[in-house]
Write a protein that binds this ligand. Structure first.
Ligand code: FAD
Length: 519
């Protein structure tokens, strides 16, 4: 490590951006493949990101078992024509193999009634802190509180990144043979638990070197949350009855989010967890965070009604992200993506990947990205550290005056239910127009004060534009893309939609992605 004018300068074979499960597994697998690894994290590796906020269900099934066949069938059915069963199988093979290794390394999986170790769920902070220790022991350099702001490029090959240390504002730079983007999804600062740092930064950085997105139409994901709280953990609502202000049970079709959303169109919505028996109740108590809002207010959610709402989660529990190939390569040499930063269409299809698919995907793609990035870096040889590199960050004029207003403008087009839960063609057209103004306003803030915040804002503006552009391309309802003006699912639209561009945003169907076993 060298420092000049307070700048931290590092050289690595593999730089991983983001320290959730995808980033930790990427860093670990790169270390195991012999790479020198730096991991840069906006917050603190162990407590930051969507997994750290709670328990993480994960799909643990033996290869070629009945459980595996059931898991694949469930994915294919829920994915509504966009899931790739063989990709799910491959992900679950990796998960099975790695969770067994985690147990051998000493991770404390819970023990169930028959005395066996249960590998289908992990407490987020325990899991991540375990991986953090493993990385430190393996020799990785971890930069906590160090958001990456931009990628470095050398003749079109990604060659590292720059960022800023939050603690003292000092810049950092890592020259690397390859970079893994594992910076999670984007929830537009909605306030949902675990999503504070998830502003789409990795999407922006990757798009600045020319990478494409996929599945941004499947971004209409919201989590149910007690009013006034941030906890969107949905599992408890399996046992809920939802009612309106006068106590009438809400009769609506669809899953629990659909019921709450349709109730909210008419007024306040309340829940009571009256379908949970004693065993379920005590099981739920073992989950981190869930009862915090109730305990604070002195509510017993099993016997008392409490008011609920929906908080936006975007691509965190939605589906869209960077378009990647089988081994997590993006379109750009030297750049890989894993976890929520990558599109999960092959795993989750048109629906949310919460409840197991997403954390399985984060683990498997993390492992693959670390290995593939190491191979790429090693193919360059040590000379990669002396390449001429340049930042590819979008320039601005630093003349913006009110960044909070720009963020609020972007949120207005994305967070409300009538923007992202219930979509219409006319509203999408209007949002597309409004977001062009937001993009121009966000650009005006670049190169001014509070650079990381300006970059977060630009990332949100870019992400919102890809979401809206992709949604305008899907003229049907499918999964979490719900068009109230086009309610039917169209059997001819099982293709995926790619998107990209910064000054000019584009979205179009990806040829050859149609699924044979649609619907
Ligand atoms: C409430 C909730 C419950 C969930 N429960 C489940 C579940 O039970 N099962 C399941 O499968 N999925 C679940 N999910 C989804 C799951 O948490 C995510 O899919 C998973 O965390 C993805 O891992 P990741 O490493 O890609 O992203 P994250 O865990 O979100 O980590 C991304 C990391 O990148 C960092 N970062 C962001 N920008 C930058 C930057 N510019 N520079 C450096 N670092 C950056 C962030 O600080 C963060 O630490 C849940 C999500 C939520 C919100």
């Amino acid at each position: 490590m060298s420092r000049s004018k307070d700048r931290v300068d590092l050289v690595a074979d593999v730089l991983v951006i983001g320290g959730g499960p995808a980033g930790c597994w990427a860093a670990l697998s790169a270390l195991e493949a012999g790479a020198k690894v730096v991991l840069a994290e906006k917050g603190y590796v162990g407590t930051s990101g969507a997994t750290a906020a709670g328990n993480s269900s994960i799909i643990y099934t033996a290869p070629a078992s009945q459980g595996r066949a059931k898991a694949i069938a469930a994915r294919e059915s829920r994915g509504l024509g966009l899931v790739d069963g063989s990709a799910v199988d491959r992900v679950l093979d990796e998960v099975y193999f790695q969770l067994d290794r985690l147990a051998v390394w000493g991770y404390g999986f819970p023990t169930i009634e028959d005395g066996s170790s249960y590998r289908g769920s992990m407490r987020g902070v325990d899991y991540l802190r375990f991986l953090r220790q493993k990385l430190i022991k393996g020799g990785a350099t971890i930069l906590d509180q160090s958001p990456a702001t931009e990628l470095l490029s050398s003749d079109g090959i990604v060659s590292g990144a720059r960022g800023v240390r939050r603690i003292d504002g000092a810049p950092w730079q890592v020259r690397a043979g390859a970079v893994v983007i594992a910076s999670g999804g984007c929830a537009f600062l909605s306030g949902a638990i675990g999503t504070r740092n998830l502003t789409g930064d990795g999407y922006l950085m990757a798009a600045e070197v020319g990478a494409r997105m996929s599945g941004m139409d499947f971004s209409g994901q919201y989590g149910i949350c007690p009013v006034g709280a941030s906890v969107t953990k949905g599992i408890i609502y399996y046992w809920a009855t939802f009612s309106d202000e006068t106590g009438n049970v809400i009769a609506a079709k669809g899953d629990r989010q659909d019921i709450v959303a349709s109730g909210l169109r008419n007024g306040r919505v309340y829940a009571i967890l009256d379908k949970a028996n004693e065993r379920v109740q005590s099981g739920m108590r073992g989950q981190a965070n869930i009862f915090m809002p109730f305990d604070r207010q002195g509510i017993d959610p099993f016997t008392q009604r409490f008011e609920v709402s929906l908080l936006y989660e975007g691509t965190v529990r939605g589906t869209g992200g960077l378009l990647i190939g089988n081994d997590t390569t993006t379109d750009i040499p030297g750049l890989y993506a894993a976890g929520d930063a990558a599109s999960r269409e092959s795993m989750a299809g048109a629906t949310s990947g919460g409840g197991g698919p997403n954390s399985s995907w984060a683990l498997a793609t993390g492992v693959w990205a670390g290995a593939a990035a190491t191979r790429f870096a090693q193919s360059l040889g040590p000379a990669h550290a002396t390449r001429l590199v340049a930042s590819v960050a979008t320039k601005g004029n630093g003349r913006g005056s009110d960044i909070a207003a720009v963020q609020a403008g972007i949120q207005r087009e994305i967070l409300p239910l009538d923007r992202s839960f219930f979509r219409t063609g006319a509203q999408l057209d209007a949002s597309a127009q409004a977001l062009e103004t937001s993009w121009a306003d966000a650009l005006a803030h670049q190169d001014g004060t509070d650079y990381p915040k300006a970059r977060e804002t630009l990332a949100m503006a870019a992400t919102a534009r890809w979401m809206v552009a992709s949604s305008r391309q899907r003229s049907e309802s499918r999964g979490i893309h719900r068009r109230t003006d086009l309610k039917q699912t169209d059997p001819a639209q099982t293709h995926r939609i790619a998107s990209g561009g910064l000054d000019r945003v584009w979205a179009q169907p990806q040829a050859g992605t149609e699924q044979k076993a649609a619907q």
